[in-house]
Design a protein around this ligand. Structure first.
Ligand code: S3P
Length: 175
C-alpha cells in the first residue's frame, strides 16, 4: 500500500511526507522533485518551455509508474487531481490523504514563493480561493482520508497515521 498526499499548493505536503516516510520507513517520492530530476530542469522551465499540458503528461506517467509500487509515501503536486486517470491509479494502489487548509493560511505560506508557475502572477487570496473552488470537486472525488493541515506538521503526521494505518500499535504516534 502507498500513501498519497494531495492538496492545494502550500498546504504542507512535502514537509509532512518527509516526516511520514522517516516515521514509517517508507520510501519518499515528491512528484515535482522527481519530474524536475528526470527533465533536468525546474517546474517553471518545464511550464514556460513546453507548457502545462506537457507537465501534466509527465505527472500522469509518474503516477502510473508509482501505482505499481508498494510502501511509498508520495507527495503529489497540487494539480495531480486534474486527471481522472491519476485519481483512479492512486485509489487502486493506496490511501489518498487530502490535506486541507484555508486560503488565508495557504496565501501566507506561498506568497513569497517563485517556484510555482500558477502563482507567479501573484493571484492573492481571491485568486487562490477561485482556483481552490475550481478544484474542489476533483479533490473531493480523489481523497480516501481527509486531515486538517492547519495543525502543526507533527499533529498532521499523527492524524494521517491514525487515519490510514490499521496495523495496531506497530507504528504508534510520534511526539
Ligand atoms: C501545481 C502545484 C505544484 C506543481 C506545479 C503545479 C498545481 O506543486 O506541481 O507548480 O497545479 O497546483 P505543489 O502543490 O507541491 O506546490
Amino acid at each position: 500500500m502507498n500513501i498519497y498526499l494531495i492538496g492545494f499548493m502550500g498546504v504542507g505536503k512535502s514537509t509532512v511526507a518527509k516526516m511520514l516516510s522517516d516515521k514509517l520507513d517508507f520510501e519518499l517520492i515528491d512528484t515535482d522533485i522527481e519530474i524536475e530530476k528526470r527533465e533536468n530542469r525546474s517546474i517553471n522551465e518545464i511550464f514556460s518551455q513546453n507548457g502545462e499540458e506537457y507537465f501534466r503528461e509527465k505527472e500522469k506517467e509518474l503516477i502510473e509508474e508509482l501505482s505499481k509500487k508498494d510502501n511509498m509515501i508520495i507527495s503529489c503536486g497540487g494539480g495531480i487531481i486534474k486527471s481522472d486517470v491519476n485519481i483512479a491509479n492512486m485509489k487502486k494502489s493506496g490511501s489518498v490523504v487530502l490535506l486541507e487548509a484555508s486560503p488565508e493560511i495557504i496565501y501566507n505560506r506561498v506568497k513569497d514563493d517563485n517556484n510555482r508557475p500558477l502563482l507567479v502572477s501573484n493571484p492573492g487570496i481571491e485568486g487562490i480561493k477561485k482556483l481552490m473552488k475550481e478544484r474542489e470537486e476533483s479533490y473531493n472525488k480523489a481523497f480516501t482520508h481527509k486531515v486538517d493541515a492547519s495543525k502543526t506538521p507533527v499533529q498532521v503526521v499523527n492524524d494521517i497515521i491514525t487515519a490510514t494505518l490499521t496495523l495496531g500499535d506497530e507504528f504508534g504516534n510520534i511526539n
